[in-house]
Structures are given as C-alpha cells and as structure tokens.
Design a protein around this ligand. Structure first.
Ligand SMILES: C[S@@+](CC[C@H](N)C(=O)[O-])C[C@H]1O[C@@H](n2cnc3c(N)ncnc32)[C@H](O)[C@@H]1O
Length: 226
C-alpha cells in the first residue's frame, strides 16, 4: 500500500474505529524469531510435512529444512502455490504435521484459515499463527494504516480461546506466534455474548494476558507436549 492510502486509513481509524491510545510493552526476546520456534517444534516432534499460508519473500519458508513435503501458498510472491488460502484449501486433499498461518491479517480470513487448517492437520500436529500481539491501536486497526501491521489476528485468537476442542496459547516472540493444538481446551476463556469481530482494542489492552494465554518460548514445548 502507498503512504497516501495508509495516511487516509489512519485518519479513518482514528475517527471511526474506537481509538484507544495506550501502548503495550511485551517482552519479545530480540534473538528468537518465528523460524526458531517452528524449526524447534519440527525437530522435536519429528514432523514430515509443512504448509505455510502467506510467504511473501520466503523469509520463513526458505528456513524450513529437513522436511519431506513443503507447500507455501501466496497469491503474489514466494512459496510454491500461487493463489489465495481459500483457493488452496478448496482443492487440497493432503494433510500436514505443521501449518504456519501468515496470510491476510483480518479477523474473518484468519479464522477461516485456522478452521481450514484444523481440518488439514494430522493427529498430533501443530498450527502456528503469526502477528497475534499488537503493540498499539494503529498496528492492529483495519483497514491497514501501518507498514508493520498485525491486523486484528488477535480477535480470532480470543474467539478460539473460547472453543471446547482447541487448545490455544500465544508464544511471546516476534510479534506473537499463536500455537494451536487439536485437543480439549485446557484453559478455556469464559466469554459469552461477545461479537468477537467488534472486540475493542481497549478490552484487549486491559485483558491481553488472559485473552491470549501468553506463554514464554522456554515453556512452549511443555504446552505442545501436554
Ligand atoms: C506478512 S507476509 C508473510 C510473511 C512470511 N510468512 C514470513 O514469515 O516471512 C503476508 C503475505 O500474505 C499474502 N496474502 C495476502 N492475502 C492472502 C490470502 N488470502 N491467502 C494467502 N496469502 C495471502 C501476501 O501476498 C503476503 O505475501
């Protein structure tokens, strides 16, 4: 997106999108990135197949090594399947041990990508979701108004945290990497009568530790193996 569109979107978000001005200081380690987490889990679990939704310049995709099957989906660049995640899942008949979701960062699309990934996941597999922990209002606002943009991925994670059959936490690295296991929810979030697509950033700011079940990199294998 060009700077002019980002600027216009920023004004729109400020005026019409429940602006809230406080910032969150996460404890992101500088030397641990998403590929460290994904490669660690692939190695420890002896995973054989990998799917990535949204590859861009293959920063992550190119670092996934020692795997038998590797598919990367992107409508514009990177990976090895040219098209949207919807197009990919519509024709897909394969299953994967590990899936990394990093495509279009809007609540509806991320939720759909997660639910399609759950269907395409092998037993014992793990789903990762990038950009779950926005630092401030503008970084998460839709329409996009920042170059470094998490979108409202966080809203889909909060909703999933209320599901009975998915166990979800967020690893505190690299703008937040959600970790999803297909099993009984071991720490279910009790939220009822909530329209998750309209949840406000102010609510997130006040409750993010509980909403996101933030977990350190050191404890993530314990969560995955539990
Ligand atoms: C943040 S980048 C991905 C970064 C990459 N995963 C990495 O770790 O370096 C997001 C990518 O998602 C792609 N994208 C946008 N909409 C998509 C969709 N509907 N399905 C799949 N990919 C999409 C964009 O073209 C862009 O390349």
């Amino acid at each position: 997106m060009n700077k002019y569109s980002l600027f216009l979107n920023k004004i729109y978000n400020r005026l019409f999108n429940d602006y809230f001005g406080k910032k969150i200081n996460y404890d992101f380690p500088k030397d641990i990135m998403r590929w460290d987490l994904v490669n660690l889990v692939i190695e420890k679990k002896n995973y054989k197949s990998y799917l990535e939704i949204g590859c861009d310049k293959d920063l992550l995709f190119s670092k996934i090594k020692n795997i038998d099957k590797k598919i990367g989906v992107d409508p514009v660049s990177g990976g090895n399947f040219r098209g949207t995640s919807d197009k990919f899942f519509f024709q897909n008949k394969e299953r994967f041990d590990c899936i990394f979701i990093d495509g279009l960062h809007t609540y509806n699309q991320v939720k759909l990508d997660i639910l399609n990934s759950v269907d395409a996941l092998n037993d014992g597999g793990t789903i990762f979701v990038h950009d779950c922990l926005p630092v401030n209002f503008y970084q998460q606002a839709v329409p996009r108004c920042k170059v470094l943009w998490t979108g409202d991925v966080w809203r889909s994670i909060v909703e999933l945290r209320t599901f009975q059959n998915l166990d979800v936490c967020v690893c505190e690295i690299d703008l937040g990497v959600g970790v999803i296991k297909k099993r009984k929810n071991s720490d279910r979030l009790n939220l009822s009568n909530v329209n998750f697509s309209k949840l406000k950033f102010e609510e997130y700011y006040k409750n993010y530790k509980e909403f996101m079940r933030i977990t350190t990199f050191e404890n993530i294998l314990k969560f995955i193996n539990s």
